[in-house]
Structures are given as C-alpha cells and as structure tokens.
Design a protein around this ligand. Structure first.
Ligand code: ADP
Ligand code: MG
Ligand code: ZN
Length: 612
C-alpha cells in the first residue's frame, strides 16, 4: 500500500514539473505567435496613410504596439498592427478625424478569457493527456511490469455482485451446488461449524467434461459468498523462469491469508498439478510450482476461512499428493447433464431470449442426449440468431430444432452440388439405417431423416431420439445399435450391388461399440468379465489403452469383427425382407429431402396394413 502511495506521489511530482515547463513554453512562444498571426504587421507610414484616407475605425494603443482596424475596399475589416513610435501628434491626429474610436490598453474582462486560454485550458489538456498516457503504458508494458515485479500473482479479485452470477444461473448440477452451498454457508457463518468441532474441507476440486459449468459454478460461488474471491487460471502460474510460478503461488496465498475469509479459485489446475513423474528431464518449473502449492495448502489454517476451489477436466492426470485429505479432499463432479438437467439448462438460457409461448423444451432436451451445458447454451443462441435471420421477433420450435442440428452436424450446405445418382445412394443409405432401427425392438424411434448435406461433411443423417433418459446399455441394445450403423452400407449393397466410402463414420462408430463390448463391458462369450482395456482421460478424448498380451489383442480383434459381421448380416436380412418399403421410403426421401419420424412411420405402417 505504502509503496503504491509513494509511487503515486512521485508520478504527480514529475507531472507537475513537466506541466509547469510546458506551460511556460506555451505562454512565451505559442500564445504570442497565435496573437501575431491574427494581425498583420505594417509600417507606421502605412498606418498614417490609412488614417488619412479614413479607412481606420478603431485603434488600440498598447505599450509597444498599435493595433488598428482597416475597412478594406470590399467591405471586410482587417486587423493590422504596427510598432509604436514616439509620435506626440498621434492623439490629435486621431481625434481630429472624429470618427475614430481610440483607446489605450487596459486589462479588462478580456484578461480573464486570456488567463483561461493561456493557463487553465493547457493544464486540463495536459492532465487528460497524462492520464491516457499512464493507462496506455500500463497496458502495453503490463507484461514487462509483471516480469519486473517477480512473482506477483495476478489473480483477479471479485467481491459479491461483481460476477453477477448466482446459483440460479446454474441449472441441473444439483449435487455440485449442494456441496458448494455448504462452503458458502461456512464462509458466512463459520461459528456454526467450529462450535461442533467440524473442519470444513480446505479445498474442493470440480471435475467433469468441458462445458459442464465448472467455471460457471465457481463464479456463482463468488456471487453468492459475501467474501473476496480470487480467481486465477493454472496457466497463469506457468512462467518462463524457474521459480517464478512458485513465487506467484506464495504471493497468492499471502494475499488470500490477508483477506480471509475468502475463496481462491484455480481454474484448469491440471496445467500445474500434473503428476510428477520423476524423470530427469522433468519440467522443473512446473514441479516447483506444484510443490509450492502443496506446501501452501498444508500451511494455512482451515479455520481461518480460506477455501480453495479448483477445476479440471483431467483429474486422472493430477498428482496424487494434491488429492489427499487436507488438500483437495472433496471432489465435486460436474457431469454431463441428464434429461431433466438439459431441460433446465435450456430454460435458464432461454430466459435471456424472446421465444414462443408453446415451445417444448423437453423435446429439445430429448434430442440432445450427451450435449454439455455449453452446447445447450450455444443451441439457444443459434436459435435466436436463426429467428433474426428469418426476420422474426420470437424464437420458434423449428428454430430450436434446426439449431440442434447445426450444433451437432453444422450448417446446411444449401448449394452443394451432388449428382442425382449420388443423391439416390445417400437416400437409400439413410433409409437403410432408419429401416433397421424401426424393425428392431431394442432401438430408439426414428425422429428425422435428411439428405441435405451439412458443413461437418455429413451427406445426410438419421436422427433417433429416445423417449426417456437411458443410463445403461443392454447387450441387445448395443447389438441393435451396431446393426443400425451397418444398415446404411447394407442398403447400398442390396440396391446398388456396390459399397461406397459414405459409411466410414458408421464403421468407426460400430467398431467402437463392438470393441467396448468385448474389452470393457464384458459382453463377449470368450473373455467373460475380463477387463482388457482401461480408459484414460475419460472426460476428454476417452482414449483407451490395452492391458493384455499381444495374443489376446489379436483374439479381441477377431471377436470384434465377428460381432460386426453378425450385425451386418442381420441388417442385410432385415432390409431384404422389407425391400418394398426400402424402395418406397427411399424415393419418398429423395423427393422430400427431409422427412420426420411420423412420416416415416406412417409409410412403414400403411405398408404393413396392406400386407396383412
Ligand atoms: P467448464 O466446465 O468447461 O468450465 P463453463 O463453466 O465455462 O464450462 O461453461 C461454459 C458455458 O456453458 C457457461 O458459461 C454457461 O453459459 C453454459 N453452461 C454450462 N453448464 C451450465 C449449467 N449447468 N447451467 C447453465 N449454463 C451452463
Ligand atoms: Mg472452465
Ligand atoms: Zn450412415
């Protein structure tokens, strides 16, 4: 504090000196020359001549010059000046003309204006300029300033109401909110907890996939808690020089201790909290920073009321020392929202836009299984944009439905040129998926089929929407999904007697499911319930790594291809049994380009009735 005041005083002193010098210069050079510019210097003889000719109407006799008005021939008046000469007859000469207004020089009201122009205005101008300069420099040399004040943490401090976010802005995530509300409550009223002898966790770690509202939750805590809230991102600790990150951690905790009770939030903590692997080439800087963090977390008194929140989507990569009791001992999951959660999130964000009164958010929530809160927020925003694009004042159901697809598959490529032959193949491919889906009992109903290409590269797709929320997948459902995925290719084979590259995405997905069935879900007969793969990084890429011998690995491959082969022949069987409907539906789709689940089912059923 003191240091800052001193700095300020020094700044102002420098400013005062500079201002004084500039104003002296201004008054002694600029103002006189401006004044000079207004009048034109003339000879004394010219002046006398003008008087004689009767062109002069006003004369001001100053100490060392005479300023006078001359009526030009074209009627305009001009100001002239001339040096003053000791001319005793001047007065009588002027007086004898009779029509000339003449005076000496006295400083009157004019001098107030002059004072403002010559002293006040430049002063104001300089103050404004100085402030701009200081601000600009602060920004530009901010980095430099940081590097020079080694190891100052640049955590942002929020106090209540500044983030403007509260728990009401976070929909779903009830477990996370409950856990965080307890922390807020502790900070409001620590007495209640200390009386009974309870220690609140020092730290809580928010974990979950990207976009599930971890950062949002932390901001909401800041909004709810009546205490200072320090927010810093893990990457801000990463510095060029070894030891600076550690110094920043030290500074952060020093500040937090001074401000206790308070909350410290470290976002994306995995950037500094990665496992220390002990390799000689390890990242020294990161390890030092982490060590400092561990030490600081041990060092402060939990009763004092400093609570540390952190967020990450890679909890498995965190150093175990961070997770032991006494540090981040509480883990708050922020999972992908379920059906009810998705509906609630849609509604929270819909409050920010204007929409039709009859919107069915539940239908949208059902169509977005697996979407994160961030994606749902994006869907709402896309729908509002679409409404504006179409010149409407309210968002409608169709805006929402279309933006679901935009977020999933990208924008429609309206002017993509696709030959009619290819269009036909695509139509059969999609109907192949849909028909296999409709003809099996363990699959979700078809919601929409389209062959309008999307910017994601999809040439068409079949959307299935479950009635309710599914938490488990049975073996039958898994097999049905694989069969549906192979349905597109099966239709191509049946109708065109060839296959295309259009099935590559289906193949990838089908293989993923089949592989998981064998290696992780224990759904194959030959391996029973043996775990053959582990998932690392489950919130991000969901990558897996094999944990078995090479011989087993090749058996797994066999098993996987058997599952897919079986499903494929099942799909071919279904389609050839229903080939009449396959053709009818494909032609209908070709003509319409997009059909709804109802249209699809009515054609399918009408056929069935005709058969029986
Ligand atoms: P992350 O978990 O990756 O930190 P964020 O908290 O940054 O995710 O969320 C990004 C955005 O997604 C938020 O600003 C918010 O608009 C939206 N969002 C995510 N989860 C929710 C939720 N549960 N309720 C409301 N909005 C949410
Ligand atoms: Mg985040
Ligand atoms: Zn397909």
């Amino acid at each position: 504090m003191n240091e800052k005041n001193n700095n300020n005083r020094k700044n102002y002193l420098i400013f005062a000196v500079i201002a004084l010098i500039l104003m002296l210069l201004y008054n002694s050079f600029v103002i006189p020359s401006v004044k000079k510019a207004q009048t034109k210097d003339t000879n004394y003889s010219f002046f006398l001549k003008q008087i004689d000719e009767g062109n002069v109407s006003k004369v001001q006799i100053k100490e060392d010059e005479i300023i006078y008005n001359v009526q030009e021939e074209n009627g305009t008046e001009k100001l002239y000046s001339t040096a003053k000469i000791n001319d005793p007859e001047l007065i009588s000469r002027l007086y004898s003309k009779g029509s000339i207004d003449f005076t000496g020089s006295i400083r009157t009201a004019n001098s107030v204006a002059e004072f403002i122009v010559s002293w006040i205005l430049p002063l104001i101008f300089m103050i404004v300029l100085w402030n701009l300069l200081i601000k600009g420099m602060g920004k530009r040399i901010g980095g430099l300033g940081n590097a020079m004040s080694f190891g100052k943490s640049n955590a942002k401090i929020y106090v209540k109401a500044q983030t403007g976010t509260t728990f009401a802005d976070v929909a779903g995530q009830d477990e996370a909110k409950e856990a965080l509300e307890e922390i807020v409550d502790f900070l409001h009223d620590p007495q209640k907890y200390t009386e009974i002898g309870a220690n609140l966790p020092k730290g809580a770690l928010l974990v979950g996939p990207p976009g599930t509202g971890k950062t949002l939750l932390a901001k909401a805590v800041a909004g709810e808690a009546d205490v200072p809230f320090f927010s810093i991102s893990g990457s801000e600790f990463v510095e060029m020089f070894v030891g600076m990150g550690a110094a920043k951690v030290r500074d952060l905790f020093k500040q937090a201790n001074e401000k206790a009770p308070c909350i410290v939030f470290i976002d994306e903590i995995d950037t500094i909290g990665k496992k220390r692997d002990g390799q000689p080439s390890g990242n020294d800087e990161r390890e030092q920073t982490l060590n400092q963090l561990l030490t600081e977390m041990d060092g402060f008194d939990g009763k004092k009321g400093v609570v540390i929140l952190a967020a990450t989507n890679r909890p498995d990569s965190l150093d175990p020392a961070l997770l032991r009791p006494g540090r981040f001992d509480r883990r708050i999951p922020a999972e992908l929202p379920d059906l009810a959660g998705r509906e609630a999130i849609l509604k929270v964000h819909a409050n920010k836009i204007k929409y039709d009164s009859n919107i069915d958010f539940n239908a949208i929530a059902r169509a977005t299984a697996g979407a994160s809160g961030a994606e749902l927020a994006n869907i709402i925003n896309e729908s509002a944009l679409r409404a504006v694009r179409n010149g409407r004042k309210l968002v409608s159901q169709s805006d929402l439905e279309e933006s679901v697809e935009v977020v999933i598959a990208g924008y429609e490529r309206k002017n993509a040129v696709i030959s009619s032959k290819e269009k036909e193949i695509i139509a059969y491919h999609e109907i192949g998926h849909a028909l296999v889906a409709a003809m099996q009992k363990d699959s979700a109903p078809v919601h929409k089929i389209t062959i309008i290409p999307r910017t994601s590269g999809a040439l068409g797709y079949t959307m299935q929407v479950d009635e309710g929320e599914k938490f488990l997948m049975t073996k039958e459902e898994a097999l049905a999904r694989i069969a549906i995925l192979t349905g597109g290719r099966s239709a191509e084979e049946l109708v065109f007697n060839t296959c295309t590259s259009g099935a590559s995405n289906d193949i990838e997905k089908a293989t993923k499911i089949a592989r998981a069935m064998v290696t992780r879900y224990g759904m194959s007969s030959s391996f029973d319930m043996t775990a053959l793969e582990t998932v690392s990084n489950k919130y991000l890429s969901g990558d897996t790594s094999l944990i078995c011998s090479p011989e087993t690995a090749s058996k797994i491959d066999n098993e996987v291809s058997n599952i897919i082969r079986k499903a494929h022949s099942e799909a071919v069987k279904i389609l050839s049994e229903n080939s009449g409907k396959l053709h009818e539906l494909a032609h209908f789709l070709l003509e319409k380009e997009t059909i709804t689940g109802e249209e699809f089912m009515s054609i399918l059923k009408s056929d069935n009735i005709a058969l029986t």
